[in-house]
Design a protein around this ligand. Structure first.
Ligand code: PLP
Length: 426
């Protein structure tokens, strides 16, 4: 599933910017691309949002692994630690709203994933939430359905957790390519776990169509939104998704290890039977009752004491979304990835790279993955020259385009440096 980048250039730059180009054609090509970047940046509706982030001269294209720090987080954490913890101590569970933070912050994420309030709760890692969602889905599925379908190219943790969930619930796991899940779902399918965007290739899957096909087969749909929420529109309510999970440290910029979120569709909440029914999900936690009675609503997805410091860092990080419309984010994401692909095709010597990210907008997330010989060494060299993406073994260079803080000029610089590095290793 890869697409060759055919219009290879002949840039022979040797400096770190790749700007020292010989030959008039190459110089013209560089100038034309630079003009385009300047035009596109000037017309960018989101340009001012970049000022909400702490950035430097690096071209940071790894926001799909760890989003950049936003300016409001450090002052807010200073207040949380100094005042709420340092001075108010235990009183903050009530007076500073710590106890209800998981649902309150869930409601801030909800509009970014197309969910009405009361269906998203924040806490624990994505891995843990995959476990909660899958086991609960199996428990809600019709009797006699013994199969869990898992996206064959899934991020590994989802697959590992699905195996364990299957063993615990007496089901089996069958790996199916995401694009074939709609066709493969049948009378024995309890639930399918699908990654909305493939973390390796950047391929975007048809959330609405796959969910509808699963429902047609009488099965439930659990979606992993790690690489989509914050980068493109997600319509969980409108597309009738049953359960969803996602992490907040990628395109939501919540910080390293920021807690994940769990969406449970409102009408399924009464039947959501958590496999991790900790005291925070009890209907009356401070009754300290011996018997468990599940809380109503999204709180049913909670487990134990929330990770307050990282939760409140995330809360502050979500301020960058004020006044930002997700369709504008999508438009810029596609603009950036189109432009980057165009720059790479124009500047990088032919035959050195192959894009494994689909060209069709309907199938593209917010990253560009390029297959490249010696990708590990190439990415180390790019990083040393101030262009940070990442490397996925064995041969993929991954460039994540976070529309809130990436400029077209950054995309051009990344392509120029990539061309220079590949010239040097030819
Ligand atoms: C990043 C990512 C995860 C990460 O899970 P953690 O529990 O936060 O380590 C899970 N699934 C997908 C699809 C991811 O991209």
């Amino acid at each position: 599933m890869s697409e060759p980048l055919t219009t290879g250039g002949d840039a022979t730059g040797t400096d770190t910017e790749g700007g020292d180009v010989t030959g008039t054609d190459a110089a013209d090509r560089h100038a034309a691309l630079a003009d385009r970047a300047a035009e596109l940046d000037a017309a960018d509706k989101l340009a001012a949002v970049r000022d909400r982030f702490v950035l430097d001269g690096t071209v940071y294209l790894d926001g799909n692994s760890l989003g950049a720090l936003s300016t409001g987080v450090l002052p807010r954490l200073t207040e949380v630690v100094g005042r709420e913890w340092g001075e108010l101590r235990i009183r903050s569970w009530e007076e500073s709203g710590w106890w209800t933070a998981p649902e309150r912050i869930g409601d801030r994420i909800a509009p970014l994933v197309g969910a009405a309030p009361g269906q998203v709760v924040v806490g624990d890692s994505t891995s843990v939430n995959v476990f909660k969602a899958l086991v609960a889905a199996v428990r809600m599925a019709p009797e006699g359905r013994d199969e869990i379908l898992v996206d064959a190219a899934t991020f590994p943790t989802d697959g590992y957790i699905a195996q364990s969930a299957a063993r615990l619930t007496g089901r089996t796991v069958r790996a199916v390519p995401a694009a074939e899940i709609a066709a493969e779902a049948g009378a024995t399918t309890a639930v399918a776990l699908v990654n909305h965007v493939d973390y390796r290739t950047g391929r975007l899957h048809d959330l609405r169509g796959i969910t509808a096909a699963l429902h047609q087969a009488g099965a439930l749909a659990v979606w992993d939104l790690c690489h989509s929420a914050g980068a493109l529109p997600v319509s969980l309510d409108a597309d009738a998704v049953d359960l969803a999970v996602g992490c907040t440290y990628k395109y939501l910029n919540g910080g390293p290890g920021a807690p994940a979120y769990l969406y449970v569709r409102q009408e399924l909440q009464p039947r959501f039977d958590s496999p991790l029914p900790g005291w925070n999900s009890h209907a009356d936690p401070f009754s300290m009752a011996a018997g468990y009675e599940a809380a109503d609503g999204a709180a049913r997805g909670r487990v134990g004491t929330p990770e307050i410091l990282s939760l409140l860092a995330l809360d502050a990080a979500l301020d960058v979304w004020d006044g930002v419309a997700v369709p504008d984010v999508r438009e810029k994401s596609l603009g950036l990835t189109d432009y980057f692909l165009e720059c790479v095709a124009a500047l990088v010597p032919a035959g050195r790279l192959e894009s494994v990210t689909p060209r069709a907008h309907a199938e593209r997330g917010s990253q560009v993955s390029l297959r490249c010989a010696d990708a590990g060494a190439v990415m180390r060299e790019l990083t040393a020259r101030g262009v940070v993406g990442d490397y996925r073994r064995p041969d993929v260079l991954r460039f994540g385009f976070t529309p809130l803080y990436t400029r077209y000029a950054d995309a051009l610089r990344a392509a120029r440096v990539l061309a220079t590095v590949l010239e040097g290793t030819a």
